[in-house]
Design a protein around this ligand. Structure first.
Ligand SMILES: Cc1cc2nc3c(=O)[nH]c(=O)nc-3n(C[C@H](O)[C@H](O)[C@H](O)COP(=O)(O)OP(=O)(O)OC[C@H]3O[C@@H](n4cnc5c(N)ncnc54)[C@H](O)[C@@H]3O)c2cc1C
Length: 479
């Protein structure tokens, strides 16, 4: 009997998963899911056990959901080039369709091209679907040209035009959480499990158990349900988003980034659920929030069109910058021991929770590059090791923005002053005191200038005004 396989990657959900739905409808419910671990990924030097655990927990929740609706997920411990040939040899009948959701990272683009060729030579139909972007890179070009945008504002204007035209409304609503074919867990819309096809060993539980030993933080609840709860909690906050989003002591942002990374939820689902598809009636908060979703898409488009940014400065001239890369300063920054309370609070939030507020990400990134004169790539890698939402495109984009080496970057001469940023965005020191308990009894005013007489908290490792001039000289040396 015919059946299909859905190859899950970073679309770990059932609701609104168009590729999975297509396969399910075509095969009348006889569809199973597969996930294959690429060992190259597990061996990367920016690999994070914490993020991996969150990913595994997300898969566990997906597997439970699939089981509850009559389907299944098989997790293999080898990459696709090895896993699929081995599996196909063992299966009595070939699947008639393999579906997957498109990804845009350089590594994923190459992998998908190679695997699509492989499936073709085995005469298995393959279909890929748009999933985690609302507008795909090739859909958004400058007028009468194939070229993409390199500056956010015109990109965003064009994105909004594309978004409000043609089939965009349909594609957003087609990922709606309340679609017809899938009414939520328990309803058996699928009717095939892996044990009906093969006795291949599943590796999810052993990965979960083994990786857990190296986890250093509390892993938040994972999966679609948790993502939807976060989205629901955010609905009330969006009206104040424009102002609250910049204050790290306020829980005023959506906290959806780690779910977006794994596809427990998509930007289209968020936009649909928040009613962001009717531009004319958007409030200031809604407009600002939509802009952030567009920033995410912007960085994905940049990465897709210019994969070299993964390793190199977007603006090639900046490759010649001679970073000092002082190891002691870098390690003080990583540990949250620079003597700049706002920097240290951010770095300790990152280390202790796997998250850092966006405003603070901008401040600590600018500080590492323009005060400590450390190569932005070291900061980028450290973030990837620590962040639960660590995601190549926005992380690389954020770092290149802060280092003034990227597209639409902060101009090099605009250098954040960590003391005034701290005073402006954490005036009463609520955020600082939360993550630096040794400063909790200090008067808030003292947190925004060097603390020279504390028994346990370090003196500032550098003088901002001196370092600022050195950074300006460094960048000017390229002219
Ligand atoms: C140096 C640096 C590194 C970063 N690294 C990452 C990363 O690895 N992964 C990641 O998802 N985001 C990254 N960001 C962007 C941003 O900080 C986070 O997306 C945001 O803090 C997540 O919190 P939230 O979901 O509550 O965001 P919200 O404010 O609720 O925003 C909603 C969504 O919009 C997107 N978004 C928001 N701000 C940005 C932005 N500046 N750039 C791109 N997308 C944005 C995210 O998907 C986010 O979940 C980085 C920013 C900087 C400055």
């Amino acid at each position: 009997m015919d059946y299909g396989i859905h190859w899950f990657r970073r679309d770990l959900r059932v609701a609104g998963n168009e590729a999975l739905r297509h396969n399910c409808l075509k095969n009348k419910g006889r569809v199973v899911g597969i996930f294959v671990f690429d060992k190259k990924f597990l061996g990367r030097d920016d690999f994070s056990n914490n993020r991996f655990q969150f990913f595994l927990e997300t898969m566990k929740s997906l597997k439970e959901e699939l089981n509850s609706i009559g389907s299944d997920l098989l997790v293999l411990d080898v990459g696709p080039e090895e896993a699929f040939p081995k599996l196909l040899k063992k299966l009595e009948h070939k699947p008639n369709l393999i579906t997957f959701s498109r990804d845009y990272e350089p590594f994923a683009v190459k992998r998908d091209k190679a695997m699509s060729e492989f499936f073709k030579t085995h005469e298995i139909e393959t279909q890929s679907f748009r999933d985690h972007l609302i507008v795909e890179p090739w859909e958004l070009t400058k007028k009468d040209s194939d070229e993409g945008y390199q500056v956010y504002s015109p990109f965003s204007r064009r994105w909004r035009v594309v978004y409000s035209e043609g089939d965009m409304k349909n594609r957003i609503s087609s990922q709606s959480l309340s679609e017809k074919y899938y009414k939520g867990p328990k309803k058996k819309v699928f009717s095939l499990e892996w044990r009906d096809l093969t006795s291949e060993k599943d590796y999810l539980d052993s990965y979960l158990k083994e990786n857990k030993k190296s986890v250093t933080i509390d892993i938040p609840e994972a999966g679609t349900k948790a993502a939807q709860t976060s989205l629901l909690n955010f609905k009330d906050k969006i009206k104040n988003y424009k102002t609250d989003r910049d204050i790290p002591s306020i829980n005023g942002t959506s906290r959806l980034s780690h779910f977006l990374k794994n596809g427990s939820i998509t930007t289209a689902q968020i936009a649909y659920s928040l009613g962001l598809d009717s531009f004319n009636t958007l409030s200031t908060g809604e407009n600002t929030f939509l802009n952030e979703l567009i920033w995410r898409e912007f960085y994905y488009h940049i990465l897709y069109r210019k994969p070299a940014v993964e390793k190199k400065a977007f603006k090639p001239a900046y490759e010649a910058l001679k970073w000092e890369n002082n190891k002691t300063w870098f390690s003080s920054w990583c540990e949250g021991l620079t003597g700049f309370p706002i920097i240290d609070a951010g770095m300790r939030e990152l280390k202790n929770t796997g998250f850092m507020h966006n405003r603070v990400r901008m401040i600590v990134a600018s500080f590492l590059v323009k005060d400590l004169l450390v190569d932005w790539r070291l900061g980028e890698k450290h973030f990837m090791k620590e962040l639960l939402d660590g995601d190549l495109a926005p992380n690389n984009g954020g770092w290149q923005w802060a280092a003034s080496t990227g597209c639409d970057a902060q101009p090099y001469f605009r250098i954040f002053n960590p003391w005034s940023q701290s005073k402006k965005f954490d005036k009463d020191g609520v955020y600082i005191k939360k993550f630096i308990p040794e400063l909790k009894d200090l008067d808030a005013k003292r947190l925004h200038s060097p603390i020279l007489d504390h028994a346990t908290y370090p003196r500032p490792i550098v003088d901002h005004s001196v370092q600022r001039n050195l950074a300006l000289d460094l960048y000017k040396s390229l002219k």
